[in-house]
Write a protein that binds this ligand. Structure first.
Ligand code: SF4
Ligand code: SF4
Length: 327
């Protein structure tokens, strides 16, 4: 890893906790050359190429695969419960697969804080889940599994439509609130001895509502969140509040699965940033910002693939660290 990339790696961790991405102070020589070449390119030619690429039929490959996976995983729990298939029991936050306990990382953390000691049984189930999500990309949990993400994506579509019609405006919030929220819920568990977060987590609420039905009051809370996201703040819960997202983001720091950016062909038109839940991880696509010719996207990325689908030049692609060197 080049020095510039090492520096960016550390910066991206700070960015995940709420810091704003900064203009890079160290850029590798080979990237400087590409930046300079791009400055010399004829602007009219570039604009024409951009329009031609944008005119292509929209590609939704990764989004469709992701939605199918998300629906399949959540339906698996529903079907298992209703047909009493003992292969899989429980809900997303805590389940048993083939007799093996699987406990969501954030839930396990909350339970241990509430009980104020390390529960050995939880450690085994959590360790398995941790290993799985390290391999799969950390926040992959958000976009590929979390049922609230699916609902929020539809709310986001409605929000963007209303913004386009100038009926609502998006009001971004300080991203540091998510870290504050994480600390608050950890302290609440520690002080009260209850996993307070679990009772308001839209992830758990929607998952339980799907499997066991009922929970009308809790679903009203989820509905209120979605309404807030449609009319006031785009993707408010996932962007500025959800502690699960931050926990899995930390897991993503060491994950080999990520999205990789290639500077060479990029038009810097920013279509990817417009579709991204966490556009701060894509600051590298802004003209002159890439610190190397290839830049891995930071750990807060949910690996949703929307930018990969959207990028008109194929400059953003899924990548497994180290694999490209082997091939
Ligand atoms: S941030 Fe939270 S609610 Fe949003 S997708 Fe991730 S786990 Fe689900
Ligand atoms: S960078 Fe791309 S893959 Fe990552 S969250 Fe944003 S749109 Fe999704």
């Amino acid at each position: 890893m080049s020095n510039a990339l090492k520096r960016r790696f550390v910066e991206q961790i700070k960015v995940m906790f709420g810091a704003e991405p900064q203009k890079p102070t160290l850029i590798e020589e080979r990237a400087i050359e590409v930046h300079q070449l791009k400055r010399m390119t004829n602007k009219a030619e570039l604009a024409a190429a951009k329009e031609a690429h944008r005119a292509r039929e929209k590609n939704h490959k990764w989004r469709n695969i992701r939605w199918a996976t998300l629906i399949f995983v959540n339906l698996l729990f529903v079907v298992s419960y209703h047909f009493d298939i003992q292969l899989l029991e429980g809900a997303l936050t805590a389940s048993r697969f083939a007799g093996f306990h699987l406990i969501d990382l954030n839930s396990a953390l909350q339970v241990m804080l509430a009980h104020k000691h390390i529960i050995t049984n939880l450690l085994i189930g959590t360790g398995t889940v941790l290993a799985l999500w390290i391999l799969l990309g950390g926040r992959t949990f958000c976009s590929w599994v979390c049922p609230y993400h699916f609902l929020a994506e539809w709310a986001e579509k409605l929000h963007l439509f209303l913004v386009q019609k100038k009926l609502v405006t998006d009001t971004p919030i300080d991203r540091r609130w998510r870290t504050v929220s994480w600390v608050i819920f950890a302290l609440l568990a520690l002080i009260t001895g209850y996993t307070v977060y679990e009772s308001i987590s839209p992830t758990g609420i929607v998952s339980r509502a799907l499997i066991y039905s009922g929970g009308v009051l809790a679903m009203l809370w989820v509905l209120a969140l979605l309404v807030f996201e449609v009319f006031f703040v785009r993707r408010a819960w996932c962007r500025y509040a959800c502690p699960i997202g931050l926990t899995y983001g930390v897991v993503g720091i060491v994950s080999p699965l990520r999205v990789k950016y290639t500077l060479q062909g990029c038009f810097h038109e920013g279509d990817c940033r417009k579709v991204c839940l966490v556009p701060h991880v894509l600051d590298t696509v802004i003209k002159g910002r890439a610190v190397d010719t290839e830049v891995p996207i930071g750990p807060d990325c949910t690996r949703c693939g929307l930018c990969v689908d959207t990028c008109p030049t194929g400059s953003l692609k899924f990548d497994i660290k180290g694999l490209s060197k082997l091939m």
